[in-house]
Each structure stands twice: as structure tokens, then as C-alpha cells.
Design a protein around this ligand. Structure first.
Ligand code: GFB
Length: 330
């Protein structure tokens, strides 16, 4: 394969599939500083689970670069209780978009996986070579298997057709535009919503799922978008590449930091009937570092930005701020 990096986005038509999601919306923000035309399709325009609709969209719009940020996503409970949606929707989305990208000669495609594609007991920090070296974490195995299939699709199209398709594995993401549903979201938006409610209603405890002892690495969505654009421009290999912040905390530490950001002074109540999931999940980011990229946003700063966005956009009006000091601190 000829040398394909650096790949320039200048003057290109760039499709962000999944532009309303956490990473997709951050990608749109990031791409505004590139000299490219951003293409987006609403769910009403194109159901990505339909090959016919995806092919029609590709034929009409002819993107030259594609970010596959569309996915069925959710936290530990959603993954564990909606296995069919997590495996089927993700398999269909990635198969349709990758096949159409090949068919309509897309020059470059970045597929987004997740750190949960790695085995539950992978060495830490997790190197890319740990893929398929052991058993998956059971709570998110359906999502992980679908994402592994997406990685393999990209690799197969690269091998057989010479397509410049790459796959990036981000660690747990959070930021503005996330899903703040209490049952189905990831830990950060769920805890922000719970702490906010507890702060405003002055309740004594906040419920935190699991033991609080497991470790997670968190990457701010705008850092993730910057890293993904960087990878599109500078990386062109069959092997997957990790994207992380290196900022690892226990769930207890995370909850305490969110409490501080929100200004809540009550206690944490751990609900150990809820699953902990994988014990530790921090990715080895040395390959991205060698290429010259690293994350910029500290966890506390990222949490402050996310909380500000939540208060300004989501916080339900039935939870009033009356009588409480300003909720969003600088
Ligand atoms: O973010 P999360 O749902 O997903 O949970 P995973 C991380 C940890 O936070 C788990 C704990 O140990 C949860 O038990 N936790 C504490 C909570 N309180 C809460 C809460 O109120 N809500 C939630 N959701 N968690 C996901 C996968 O695993 O990782 C996805 O399920 C995806 O497929 C994502 O890959 C990156 O980190 O356990």
C-alpha cells in the first residue's frame, strides 16, 4: 500500500456518522477548525441499520472521509439488560457504513471501537496487542463482540481491497452532549444527574452502584475528537490504536470529585447489588504519544465543563435552584 499519511482533510467532504452523539458532536465541533465540508445525516434521513438507506446517502453525498461515530451505546446496566440491541444495531451500522465506504471509494475512514473490546483480565495499561487474547467482561460482551467485528471488517477491507480504514479504541468517554438518563447512561452523566438532584433537594445520600473500588480511565469528548482527527491524518495501519487520557480513578474517587464539582456535602451510599463490571480498564497510549498526540483536559476541568452543560441544557425544571447558591462555578 502506498504511503497514505499525512492525510489532509483540506477541501474534503467529511461525513460524521453519529453527529448527535457524544463523540460525533465533539467531532463536528473539532472539524469546524479544518478547511473541510462537514456532512451529517439525521436519523430520520438515514437509518444506519439499513444498507439501502446508507448506500443511497453515500451515492448522493459522496464523502471522501468518514468518521464512524454512530453506535448503540450505554452504561453497564444498558449493556447488561439490552444485549440484542447492543449487538444487532452495532453490527448493522458498522457493516453498512464500511461496505458503502468501500463501494463509493471513500479515501479514509476511522472506525471507533472502545476499550471494552479487550479481555476482562488484560494486562494494564492495555496494549493494542491484547485484543482477542482472553475472555471478555460479561456485562458488555455483546457490545464488545460487535465492536471487534467492526475492527475486523476494517482490517479485512484494508487487506482485500486496499481501503485506508483504521480503528481507534478510546477509553471511557464523557462530556457535553452525553446521555444523562439515570438507568441507561455511563457512570459520569448518571452521577452528575444524581448529585445535582441530591444537592438541590438537600438529600443526605447519593447512591453509587457497585463497590466503588473498580478503576476507570476517562477521556473528555473534545480531547477524544481531537485525537480521532489526529489519527485520521497521521495513522494508517491495520493494527488498532488506543486513545486515552492516562487519568485513572476509582469510582469512589470519581464520585467524590463530582460531589466537589456540584458542591454536594452529603454521603455516598454504595449499592453492591449493582455490578462493578471489569476491575480495571486503562489503555496503553504509547503509540499515540509516539505519533505526537496527548490529551489536554484534566478530569476535574472536564467534569466542570460537563456539569455546566448539564445545568444549562438538561437539568430538569422540576429540580429548581431556588434558595441554593449558583450551581455552576467557574
Ligand atoms: O460507566 P459504566 O456504566 O460502564 O460504569 P463500564 C462504570 C462503573 O461505575 C461501574 C459504576 O463499576 C458501575 O457500577 N457506577 C457507579 C455507575 N454508579 C453508577 C451509576 O449511577 N451509573 C452507572 N452507569 N455506573 C462500559 C460498557 O462499561 O464501558 C460500555 O458497558 C462501554 O459498553 C463503556 O464500553 C466504555 O465502564 O463498566
Amino acid at each position: 500500500m502506498p504511503d497514505k499519511v499525512p492525510y489532509s482533510l483540506a477541501g474534503k467532504r467529511v461525513w460524521v456518522a453519529g453527529h448527535r452523539g457524544l463523540v460525533g458532536s465533539a467531532l463536528v465541533r473539532r472539524l469546524k477548525s479544518e478547511d473541510c465540508t462537514i456532512l451529517t445525516a439525521s436519523r430520520q434521513q438515514v437509518d444506519l441499520r439499513s444498507a439501502e438507506q446508507v448506500n443511497f446517502w453515500m451515492r448522493e453525498t459522496r464523502p471522501q472521509a468518514v468518521f464512524v461515530a454512530a453506535a448503540r451505546v450505554g452504561g453497564i446496566h444498558a449493556n447488561d439488560t439490552r444485549p440484542a440491541e447492543f449487538i444487532y444495531d452495532n453490527l448493522m451500522i458498522e457493516a453498512n457504513v464500511i461496505e458503502a465506504a468501500h463501494r463509493y471509494n471513500v479515501e479514509k475512514l476511522v472506525f471507533l471501537g472502545s476499550s471494552c473490546v479487550y479481555p476482562r483480565m488484560a494486562p494494564q495499561p492495555i496494549p493494542e496487542s491484547a485484543l482477542l487474547s482472553g475472555e471478555l467482561e460479561s456485562t458488555n460482551q455483546w457490545y464488545a463482540v460487535a465492536k471487534i467485528a467492526g475492527i475486523k471488517l476494517g482490517q479485512a477491507y484494508r487487506r482485500q481491497y486496499g481501503c485506508d480504514f483504521i480503528s481507534v479504541m478510546p477509553s471511557n468517554l464523557y462530556g457535553p452532549g452525553d446521555n444523562f438518563d439515570l438507568m441507561h447512561s455511563h457512570v459520569i452523566p448518571a452521577l452528575i444527574a444524581k448529585f445535582h438532584r441530591a444537592y438541590v433537594q438537600e438529600t443526605e445520600t447519593v447512591e453509587v452502584w457497585g463497590s466503588g473500588k473498580v478503576l476507570r480511565e476517562f477521556l473528555y469528548a473534545d480531547d477524544a475528537a481531537d485525537g480521532i482527527v489526529f489519527a485520521m491524518k497521521n495513522y494508517s495501519e491495520e493494527e488498532i490504536i488506543n486513545l486515552g487520557s492516562g487519568q485513572e480513578v476509582t469510582i469512589r474517587e470519581l464520585a467524590e470529585t463530582i460531589g466537589k464539582v456540584v458542591g454536594y456535602r452529603g454521603r455516598l451510599a454504595f449499592d453492591t447489588s449493582k455490578p462493578d463490571g471489569t476491575p480495571r480498564k486503562v489503555v496503553d497510549v504509547s503509540r499515540m504519544a509516539k505519533l505526537g498526540w496527548r490529551a489536554q483536559t484534566s478530569l476535574e476541568d472536564g467534569l466542570r465543563q460537563t456539569y455546566r452543560w448539564y445545568v444549562e441544557n438538561i437539568a430538569p425544571s422540576d429540580i429548581t435552584q431556588e434558595g441554593r447558591p449558583s450551581l455552576v462555578r467557574a
